[in-house]
Design a protein around this ligand. Sequence first.
Ligand SMILES: C[S@@+](CC[C@H](N)C(=O)[O-])C[C@H]1O[C@@H](n2cnc3c(N)ncnc32)[C@H](O)[C@@H]1O
Length: 204
Amino acid sequence: MYRGRERVFSGAPNGVLVAEASDLAPGQALDVGCGEGADAIWLARRGWRVTAVDLSRTALQRAAATAGPELAGRVAWTRADLTVTPLPAGAFDLVSIQYFPLPRRPGDAVLRRLLAAVAPGGTLLFGSHDPADLSARPGFDPAEYYRHDEIAGLLDDDWAVLVNETRPRTAPAPEGTRHTRDTVLRAQRAPVLGDNGHRRTEGR
Ligand SMILES: C[S@@+](CC[C@H](N)C(=O)[O-])C[C@H]1O[C@@H](n2cnc3c(N)ncnc32)[C@H](O)[C@@H]1O
């Protein structure tokens, strides 16, 4: 996908991320399927330390070149297959999954690893295309991937669902697509409370 074109994405951060993460205090973020890195770069410039993961070496090289030396040390560009790679539990204040094809697996194994990677008090942000704007094509069946509302249905009492909706895209539909709307799930994991009932922040 990346090698065949000089640039695939616009270079601008995703509208869902900007709308939902601008009010979050910076911490550790995981950008799931970071592509050419616009989201990770936006987060890093706002003070986040980002682990930006993708399968594509070409995309990661492009992302690191765009980030430049200014952000060296703030983004760990990491090549991995997130359907099989273990993730540190409770390590990220934000797990951002934007237009990432999150595949169904027995026991929801991949999804559960991503959920477990969110720190107590942290945020899961899942943005994707409205399934109504997608159609099956050879090699891609939308039914093989999670929808935002399904993920919301799998969250237990440890989570507060803050946003679970379909909304118009803030950016124009990418060329050759008819993507007009985004689906958005934003959920917060319960913080760990200390004996005094206040949120405990030490220990990470
Ligand atoms: C549609 S692109 C979205 C990229 C970026 N999040 C954005 O919104 O611009 C999906 C990305 O997920 C990556 N990807 C797909 N499956 C993956 C996997 N199993 N592990 C890691 N990355 C994966 C692809 O290489 C691609 O860069």
